[in-house]
Structure formats: C-alpha cells, structure tokens
Design a protein around this ligand. Structure first.
Ligand SMILES: NC(=O)c1ccc[n+]([C@@H]2O[C@H](COP(=O)([O-])OP(=O)(O)OC[C@H]3O[C@@H](n4cnc5c(N)ncnc54)[C@H](OP(=O)(O)O)[C@@H]3O)[C@@H](O)[C@H]2O)c1
Length: 341
C-alpha cells in the first residue's frame, strides 16, 4: 500500500522529512476495523511528532503520522460488533498506533463513527480530532452543560480561528448557549470566529485580561486555552472568575504558576484527546458516541464543518506543504487532503 512516513525527525524544508513509501497492508486485531483511507486532515500534532528533537534516534521502521481520517471499512476483526464491511466512517485514532497517512489503516471500533449522512469523505475528515478535543474540553473536563443548563455564562476561547477553536465556538454557542469571547489577531481570523458564532473578539497579541476589560467583561466563568499556555497563564489567572474553570490543551514549555489560582479556588484541568485510546480507559467508547453526536449535529445543520483548504492527492510533497502551512501558526479551520493519485 502507499503511505507517507519518516525515518528521521527533520525540519519540514528537508525533502526527507516526509517520504513516499510502499508498505504491507496491516491485519486487523480483534476489535479493529481495516479502513481504506479516502481523506485525511492535518493537525499540529503531526508537525509536533515530525519536528526535530534532541537525541531522537533514526527509526528502523517508518513512522506514519496522521490522526484525522475518513474512509471505508474493508475488513473487520473477530470481535467487532458495531461496524461492517462497506461502512463509511470517520475517526481521529490512537497516537500510539500508526496514523492515517497510509492507504489502509487499523482503528479500534470504539473510537469510530459513521460519517455524517450529508457529508462526503473530504468534509468529514476535517471533523474528528478537533470535534473530540472541543467536546471533551467543554463538556467532560470543564463540566459545562451540553443541554444549556449553563446558558448565559461566559467563555473565553484563546486561539478561536484554528481547527479546535472553530468547532469549540460552535459547540459552546449552539449546545451550551454560552456567551463566547474568542481571540484572533488578524482581520481574516476575526471575521472567521464571528462566523463560527463568537459574540466578541479580542486580540491575543495583547494581554488578554486587559483586552477583556476593554470590552466590559473583565472576568469570565470559563477559559479554554488552545494556544501558548505559558504566554497566557498570568492573564488567565487574572481573568477567571472566583470558582471559575480553566482548561488548556497545549503543553507548557516552562513551569506554570498554579498558585495564582488558589485564592479564587479556580479549577485548572488538562484535555488530551488521545488519553482514552492511549490508556484504553473503561469509557473509551465515549469517543465513538461523541463522533455519532457530531455527525447528527452536522446533519441537522447545528454545526458546519470547518474545511478551509482542500488538496489532492495525498503524497509526501502535498503533506510537506500542509505541515509548512500549519507551522506558520495562522491556519484557519482545517486543511484536508484526499485520494492517493
Ligand atoms: N490536547 C489535545 O488533545 C489537543 C488536540 C488538538 C490540538 N492540540 C493543540 O492545540 C493547539 C491548537 O490546535 P489547532 O488545531 O486549533 O491549531 P491551529 O489550527 O494551527 O491554530 C491556529 C490558530 O492559532 C491562533 N494563534 C496563533 N498564535 C497564537 C497565540 N500566541 N495565542 C492565541 N492564539 C494563537 C491563530 O490565530 P491568528 O492567526 O488570529 O493569530 C490561528 O487561528 C496546537 O498546539 C495543538 O497541538 C491539542
């Protein structure tokens, strides 16, 4: 099968950073689906895994990236209950297993759902990783009601126009009915976050606590941080209400002064979309359930998919361009690639 992978962790301007490869088709384990991958999206996790690292050894077998896919089930493992050959599915997958930058991929049936009825592989592939992250962050980690019991409370989303922000704004507005303040630093990204449903836009190039004061909302009930946790932490500590909740999805590069939250009894919580699959948690099948729910919300037009750029075919040259774009830090929505040429 065709695949794109790496042996060495290199800067994206090196041709060897991502290579076109021919690999053997994998065989499904008991709960696995074997998927013919039709479309994929790229995420910052791909660029972070690919990036040069101190002391990283050269891989002896190729590392396959990619954690957003839509495709067709072509074989199932012996214990699979919920899917059959021919099903059209979408999923993010498991970071501990080979990714979707290959013609065929294995994925556990518990973290998969059928694509939205109204969508094709292209638009479906843009959804899973960002939707799972946004859903888990808002409803599982921050504990916001997904049926409107917290309606009217305020949420600051830092990094609103990116892949995760674009879905998080929509979920927070349409399901939770929150007052969403999103951050964006450019005209294009500001327009986009308003289209996604943000009521206010502030600029993350300035201290965010100052920006919030300027729009007359000095403190918020919830903060979802989708970029530069270290940079924004002091402003988040200032801007969170007493007993408010902060969730970040982005690793810190230095120590965080968590004590700043003590006097407010504020909660700080992580979201990592791969936790459930990585640790095979008892509730791992919640990811399948979330993706089913996302498909319903897309089909009934509560959510719009967030594709901003489409590229064909899936190969090393096009994936290198997509990684380069993501590494600018100014991507809006999702970049999707489809077909194997
Ligand atoms: N923990 C998890 O499970 C998980 C899951 C998904 C993603 N992530 C991580 O979350 C981050 C966001 O992912 P994504 O897919 O949304 O990324 P993305 O699509 O690349 O995000 C790009 C957006 O980030 C904004 N941005 C750039 N610099 C910023 C800053 N200093 N402060 C605030 N916003 C800034 C940009 O806005 P402007 O162009 O307006 O500046 C742009 O719209 C990445 O680091 C990713 O690795 C973690």
């Amino acid at each position: 099968m065709k695949a794109v992978g790496l042996f060495q962790y290199l800067s994206i301007d090196c041709e060897e950073s991502l290579l076109d490869l021919q690999l053997d088709q994998p065989q499904p384990g008991s709960r696995d689906l074997l998927v013919a991958v039709k479309a994929i999206a790229v995420n910052p996790v791909d660029t972070k895994v690919r990036a040069p690292k101190p002391h990283a050894a050269t891989e002896t077998s190729p590392k396959i990236l990619g954690w957003d896919a839509a495709g067709e089930v072509i074989a199932v493992g012996s214990a699979v209950k919920n899917f059959q050959i021919g099903d059209q599915i979408y999923y993010a997958g498991d970071i501990t297993r080979p990714g979707c930058n290959s013609e065929y991929q294995l994925v556990d049936e518990r973290i998969v759902a059928r694509i939205p009825r109204t969508q094709d592989y292209f638009t479906s592939a843009a959804l899973p990783l960002t939707s799972l992250t946004a859903w888990e962050a808002l409803f599982d980690r921050l504990g916001i009601s997904s049926i409107g019991a917290d309606a009217g409370k305020s949420l600051l989303i830092i990094g609103g126009a990116g892949g995760v922000g674009s879905i998080a704004i929509q979920l927070a507005r349409s399901l939770a009915r929150l007052n969403v303040i999103a951050t964006a630093s450019r005209t294009k990204s500001s327009v986009w976050v308003k289209q996604m449903g943000a009521s206010h836009v502030v600029n993350h190039r300035n201290p965010l606590d100052e920006e919030l004061k300027d729009i007359g909302i000095p403190q918020v009930d919830y903060i979802l941080c989708l970029a530069n946790t270290d940079q924004h932490f002091p402003a988040m500590a200032n801007a969170i209400k007493p007993q408010g909740k902060i969730c970040t999805i982005v690793e810190n590069s230095g120590p965080l002064e968590i004590g700043l939250l003590k006097s407010k009894s504020a909660t700080f919580v992580w979201e990592f979309m791969f936790t459930r699959a990585m640790f095979q948690t008892e509730d791992m099948d919640r990811q399948g359930w979330i993706l089913e729910r996302i498909a319903e919300l897309v089909d009934n037009e509560t959510l719009v998919t967030t594709v901003s750029d489409t590229v064909e075919p899936i190969n090393a040259a096009n994936l290198r361009l997509a990684h380069q774009q993501l590494e600018t830090g100014h991507t809006i929505g999702k970049i999707v690639l489809a077909g194997w040429g």
